[in-house]
Ligand binder design. Structure first.
Ligand code: MLT
Length: 325
């Protein structure tokens, strides 16, 4: 009798394990990667670079879907409610998964509750940029001109909640300036407008603008990080340029809906890790000025800590900047 019970107990254990084992055949079909901004911007660029390699690793297509609006919060809210099976994930960032908490009092998702973090894809320093005709030769002259003429200036951004909106909110609060804020569906289209001189300035992630700065299509007055970027060695830091308060480093990261089974999250995190170790992927990301996460900065636990600390940091910064009007 006892032997029979032990045998049945073993069967029960094996059967119980099957659902977990069934998850490890993930993915067995296309993975949808939602990008909450228009094609051609920094978030889209990073998603395509890492997604392409993850697709090769996991042997299934990774299809990018650009869902725009409200600074990336429409897409983020939608993905938070998707089926937690790993087949719909999002490339979020410092705006959608941190700053938006303070920018939207009625945000319809909680970045630190409604998502299963997969991993950080890239750190993305932010630069102060202007149209090539902007009448300032350095950041000090830029600051003086903006302070004196804000009412006549247009500042481009990718929607309330975006990195470009949040970091230029910081810049404008430091300068005491209130320009006209012009929203776009991403800083891809915003950059096109800046190059055409249709807007005067913006704050954007480095991965969107290296080539345009080097070719003289736009001006870069400073980078908001303690050190210069190896991709743009001639652009001074905000501290060197006389505006040390402007510290603006963003990041892009992959998230799945909360409740996605751990074996699925681990498969996605492992594929992202392999992408970030691939020489060709590293070369492309570094050429665009990205900061590639080291081992300690990778994986779900590190991203969970980053989201929590960034919500605190940007909530304090946004509150200090005063009303958004
Ligand atoms: C942002 O401003 O949040 C992003 O740069 C927008 C984008 O990736 O297009």
């Amino acid at each position: 009798m006892l032997a029979t019970l032990r045998f049945l107990g073993c069967i029960a254990t094996i059967v119980a394990a099957v659902p977990a084992l069934a998850q490890t055949d993930f993915p067995n079909r296309t993975v949808n990667v939602v990008v909450p901004f228009a094609a051609g911007g920094p978030t889209d660029t990073i998603a395509r670079i890492v997604g392409e390699h993850m697709s090769r690793t996991l042997k299934q297509p990774f299809v990018i879907e650009n869902i725009v609006g409200a600074g990336g919060t429409i897409a983020s809210s939608r993905v938070a409610k998707e089926k937690p099976d790993g087949y719909t994930i999002i490339m979020g960032h410092m705006g959608t998964h941190a700053a938006s908490v303070a920018l939207y009092p009625k945000l319809t998702y909680k970045p630190d509750v409604d998502f299963a973090p997969i991993g950080l894809a890239a750190g993305t320093p932010v630069l102060v940029l202007a149209k090539k005709e902007f009448p300032a030769k350095d950041l000090k002259e830029f600051a003086s001109y903006v302070k004196a003429n804000a009412g006549k200036l247009n500042m481009a951004h990718a929607g309330v909640g975006s990195v470009s909106f949040t970091t230029c909110l910081l810049l404008n609060s430091i300068l005491g300036a209130k320009p006209t804020a012009v929203p776009y569906t991403g800083t891809g289209p915003a950059l096109t407008a800046l190059i055409a001189g249709q807007v005067d300035y913006m704050c954007d992630q480095i991965v969107n603008v290296v080539q345009q700065i080097e070719s003289g299509q736009i001006k870069a007055y400073a980078i908001g990080t303690p050190e210069r970027s190896p991709a743009l060695p001639n652009v001074p830091t905000s501290k060197e340029a006389g505006l040390p308060e402007f510290q603006a480093q963003a990041w892009n990261a992959l998230f799945a809906p909360r409740g996605t089974p751990q074996p699925v999250v681990d498969r996605l995190a492992g594929a992202l890790d392999q992408a970030l170790d691939d020489p060709e992927v590293r070369k492309r990301l570094l050429a665009l000025g990205s900061v590639i996460p080291d081992r300690a900065g990778r994986g779900p636990q590190a991203l969970e800590k980053l989201v929590s600390s960034e919500i605190d940091r940007w909530t304090k910064t946004i509150r200090a900047a005063g009303p958004l009007d």
